[in-house]
Write a protein that binds this ligand. Structure first.
Ligand SMILES: CC(C)(COP(=O)(O)OP(=O)(O)OC[C@H]1O[C@@H](n2cnc3c(N)ncnc32)[C@H](O)[C@@H]1OP(=O)(O)O)[C@@H](O)C(=O)NCCC(=O)NCCS
Length: 151
């Protein structure tokens, strides 16, 4: 089941992002402080009592939001949960009146499958770079590509 995250999901989301950094190095871990502040950005997928995936929609500007912190536990991948999490975020973007969504990712095949197209970073709102400046991988260890979807 996919639903909006609740306060008692934060520890599980924190672990998911940390686990994925250790195992794949593909998403940035988030501090508890960041997760509590941005809890309303998150959707989770739960099986029983367990949070097995998460994804966040981060509003950047008047018509731009970012899909980030997307993870599905390795043993649950390939079951369209990643797609459903992204689609939940896209649907929320439309509800909010936001029609351009981007992501910074190494998973270009997955996002291309969902209709995202590669875009030059310089085409995105300058606020995107604030996150880059604060990222431990910036600039020499970043392999991420900007991908955009117009809704
Ligand atoms: C990326 C990730 C979330 C995908 O989750 P998933 O639940 O396995 O993906 P889904 O099963 O929903 O796949 C959706 C579609 O994308 C396709 N797909 C999945 N991964 C793909 C890839 N790497 N390349 C191309 N297509 C891919 C699937 O075949 C599926 O196609 P279909 O709907 O036509 O059958 C998961 O692999 C993951 O957690 N990876 C590690 C963290 C990560 O890289 N996050 C992204 C950070 S931006």
């Amino acid at each position: 089941m996919i639903r909006k995250a609740r306060i008692d999901d934060v520890k599980a989301i924190h672990s998911l992002l940390l686990l994925t950094k250790e195992h794949d190095g593909l998403v940035l871990p988030r501090s508890f402080s960041q997760l509590y502040s941005h809890l309303r950005d998150f959707f989770v997928v739960v099986e029983g009592d367990e949070v097995i995936g998460c994804c966040a929609l981060n509003i950047i500007w008047d018509n731009l939001a970012e899909i980030r912190s997307l993870v599905v536990l390795p043993e649950h991948r390939g079951k369209k949960l990643g797609r459903k999490l992204v689609e939940a975020c896209l649907s929320e973007a439309v509800t909010l009146g936001i029609y351009e969504v981007y992501t910074l990712t190494e998973q270009t095949g997955f996002f291309a499958h969902l209709g995202f197209v590669e875009e030059g970073m310089e085409k995105l709102n300058q606020k995107v770079f604030i996150d880059c400046m604060n990222c431990p991988r910036f600039p020499d260890h970043c392999n991420e590509v900007a991908m955009v979807l117009n809704l």
